[in-house]
Design a protein around this ligand. Structure first.
Ligand code: SAH
Length: 524
């Protein structure tokens, strides 16, 4: 007969941040072992369990007691704040078992129930400081030699990790946090944002935003986690934010876009990535470079160095407007300069590819000249006709609405919505993934054209006479179905065929039956 030890992390300390499994585990147990304050916190969950709550310093005896009780067939919950596997009880319980020669296959069962660790709960209260590579370092030198802690602080500071310091200070341990600050200042600017969170999600919660230089002027204690930003962390409206990447390969405005997937990891587009071709260097060269990087100044220039990225954006004079003005063309030429390129595409737009440090300046300038900007890549493009130079203008409001709602939206694969303002459909709407043709005050809808290949075919006519009130909602619904259920890189016509119905319209196979040969590029 052997019992079970449940090692339960209950999160930062508020009832709503305890996981469902953690609550169940506590209720399942015959006995709860944990520090007094924590047992009080979960008292609402307790039935007739036996409680053993001992002092903070007796962690080893708590683990031993848990194992002893489990050996008698009981189910024991050992509780830890945050996550039980992060400076918590999980490792200790296993250590006690290993010492006894325990095997997972026989004898006592162990379940470690995960919880929200302080690094995550504290980060959520500060903003989003832990967005990039990060680490936790405990400043407690009770069980770890200070020399090793100092070495880790040095390495983490040098490697530009976001750092969460656990156990930063206690009544007797006051020098450690000062030493930590000194080491960090060897590599990071004194202005580096620092967040101090005390008792996250508990009654006495306190949040302080400060800097590496000033952090010691604030109260730091046993229940504080100190979050130190990396070299690109910034403060905005009292929020501490670490950007997702160093090189802003992404652009935040939906109408401007980064690299296409196939351009990623090409040397010219992402010069900071690890070169695919391994450079043969002597160990001496490696050593010299490492030494150079280890000297404070060199290390900080390495992380802050900015690299030009190839910024791609598509521009057109407007959804309906097809004429570029001379000023607009001159602007494009000036922006592209010697190093950029301008490509005229099959979709009535110009695609710019420009090496730059600041895509935002480019998009601002283009917008100021009245261009409509589209992202390039797996996004929705609305391709409208010119409505006979605006003379047949009754359906222009609908196309503009579609452009506003869907243009530039990320989808599994490039999706083109053709929109033609009369039944002549001379801009070929029926040959696009989704085709919309305006006719006698109403719309006809075509879905799932196969736009390329020898088996190319127009879209299946699925509905006629859709009213002006209904069309936008109907098409938006169809695009959302595709966005949510389409597989990555699955074209709209393949998606329609696979799922059998979209927007309530049933798929019919209209592929011409001809003998196929392998195509030189892509799949046919
Ligand atoms: N297992 C816990 C960590 C225990 S070590 C976890 O995963 O979070 C104890 C340290 O954790 C404290 O010194 C403090 O730095 C941090 N900590 C734990 N709970 C916290 C809370 N609610 N708010 C801020 N820091 C906390």
């Amino acid at each position: 007969m052997s019992g079970k030890v449940l090692v339960v992390g209950f999160g930062p300390g508020s009832f709503e941040h305890i996981t469902e499994r953690a609550k169940e585990a506590i209720q399942e147990s015959d006995m709860v072992i944990g520090y007094k304050t924590y047992v009080e916190l979960i008292s609402g969950l307790l039935g007739d369990q036996q409680i053993i709550s001992t002092g903070m310093t007796e962690e080893v005896s708590r683990a031993q007691e848990a194992v002893k009780q489990a050996e008698q067939g009981k189910t024991i919950a050992v509780i830890s704040s945050g996550d039980a596997g992060v400076y918590g009880m999980a490792g200790l319980v296993y250590e006690v078992l290993v010492e006894k020669g325990w095997k997972p296959t026989d004898g006592i069962k162990v379940e470690v129930v995960p919880g929200i660790s302080a690094i995550n709960s504290c980060a959520s209260l500060l903003g989003a400081p832990v967005m990039h590579d990060s680490c936790t370092i405990s400043l407690s030198d009770h069980l770890t030699p200070w020399e090793l802690i100092a070495k880790r602080l040095d390495a983490a500071a040098q490697a530009d990790f976001v750092i969460a310091l656990y156990n930063p200070k206690s009544g007797r341990r006051t020098r450690q946090i000062m030493e930590a600050q000194r080491i960090l200042l060897n590599y990071r600017s004194p202005d580096t944002p620092v967040g101090l969170v005390k008792s996250a999600y508990r009654d006495r919660q306190e949040i302080v935003k400060t800097t590496l230089a000033d952090m010691l002027q604030h109260d730091i204690g046993m229940l504080t986690t100190v979050v130190i930003g990396n070299s690109s962390t910034f403060m905005y409206e009292d929020l501490m934010i670490t950007p997702r990447g160093y090189q802003r390969k992404y652009t935040l405005n939906q109408t401007t876009q980064p690299l296409k997937p196939h351009q990623r990891l090409k040397k010219e587009a992402e010069p900071w990535a690890l070169d695919q071709e391994v450079e043969v260097k002597s160990s001496r060269t490696w050593a010299e470079e490492a030494l150079q990087a280890a000297s404070g100044e060199a290390a900080s220039t390495i992380v802050q160095q900015q690299v030009e990225t190839i910024f791609e954006v598509a521009v057109s004079p407007g959804v309906v407007e097809k004429k570029f003005t001379p000023t607009q063309l001159a602007t494009l030429a000036a922006i592209a300069g010697e190093k950029g390129s301008i490509e005229y595409t099959t979709d009535h737009y110009m695609k710019l590819s420009i090496p730059t440090l600041s895509p935002h300046e480019i998009t601002e300038e283009l917008e100021a000249k009245g261009f409509l900007l589209f992202p390039v890549g797996s996004v929705v493009t609305v391709k409208a006709c010119d409505f006979c130079e605006g003379e047949k203008d009754s359906s222009i409001p609908q196309v503009q609405q579609l452009q506003q709602l869907l243009g530039g939206m990320d989808v599994p694969k490039e999706l083109k919505i053709g929109f033609n303002g009369c039944a002549m459909a001379c801009y070929g709407a029926v040959n696009e993934d989704i085709g919309i043709v305006f006719r006698r005050g109403k719309f006809d809808l075509f879905l799932g054209a196969k736009t390329v290949g020898r088996t190319a075919h127009p879209g299946q006519p699925v509905a006629e006479g859709i009213s002006q009130e209904e069309i936008v909602e109907m098409v938006t619904g169809i695009v959302h179905e595709y966005k949510e259920q389409g597989h990555a890189n699955e074209s709209f016509y393949k998606f329609f065929k696979r799922v059998g119905a979209v927007g309530g319209f049933i798929h019919r196979d209209v592929t011409p039956k001809i003998k196929l040969e392998p195509v030189p590029c892509g799949d046919d």
